[in-house]
Design a binder for this molecule. Sequence first.
Ligand code: MRU
Length: 356
Amino acid sequence: MSESLEQVTHIESVRLGEDGKSVVIIDQTQLPNRLEYLTLRTREEMFDAIKLLKVRGAPAIGICAGYCIYALAARYGVSEPDKFLTRFRADKDFLNASRPTAVNLSWALGRMEQVLLAHISEPIPAILDLLRAECIAIHREDIAMCRAISEYGLSLLHDGDGILTHCNAGPLATSRYGTGQGPLFLGKEKGYTFRVFADETRPLLQGARLTSYELQRAGVDVTLICDNMASIVMKNGWIDACLVGCDRVAANGDAANKIGTSGVAILAKHYDIPFYVLGPTSTIDMACPDGDHIPIELRDPEEIKTKFYAQPMALPEVKCYDPSFDVTDHSLITAIITEKGICRPPFTDSLAALFR
Ligand code: MRU
């Protein structure tokens, strides 16, 4: 493994603070210009870090949420279980409201709550030990899941393939290799040469700021394109497969991911290019029947009008529509790749089989 590849894949975008009562994150909004770490101590700081995408990417949000709720609980200083539970639930609900689409947020918080409920009759120090072990387990499991997803994803690709990616689903958004971009880092490690086209991914440019940054530093051949260039690179015959992450997959296979993903999938169908969605089973929401039931987060119009520009690029009074995600219809997806295996249509059956 080249030194730079290891540096990229082993970056820790989220970890528990040394004091066990704070969470340390990489501020992803500052990349690629500055690698800055932030220490989150209050629930307001944690809420803002998730809402403002300082920490982002569905798995990283889940890992962060686990550490956050533990760090907050470690500060309660109460000895009565009912008071502990009341405060825990209030903090859980507060954090859970920070971003609605990525199901990993509520999944991780729910997992932490289950541990608390199962041991509520034990002394608070013992409960805290168990909560600490659980959030560390969520993080460790993510490392293993990303590796498995990357292996399965790589098994569908060939050396020399041209790959289109959208948004960022690499090490910063997850643990180690990533999900949507995991096969590219694992492939690099195994000596594959891919030609990657990274959509810049408007409006927040995670593709430009994070994906091209990670791939370039890892020594992968990456070309940055604007989102509206996906069609021409496909038409040119430069793309053999599309790889994307996901924020919530419904039981029928409809998959929410960063805004613009569904357009890439429609183009891929037109040009007969396989379209793969990669994510852990924690991102599959079997309680959600289809994409119409996935809440879509709306964001600040200034992300479109002024952010990243030296001068405003639209009149202040112009109306903007700034959804963060869209849903790719299951009929456009070739396969959904999880740590438990590759699911093919009909997804209602293949996804349900993962949970049996
Ligand atoms: O709004 P973001 O940047 O959190 O959106 C991220 C994505 O859409 C990713 O592709 C998804 O979370 C998967 S990250 C492994």
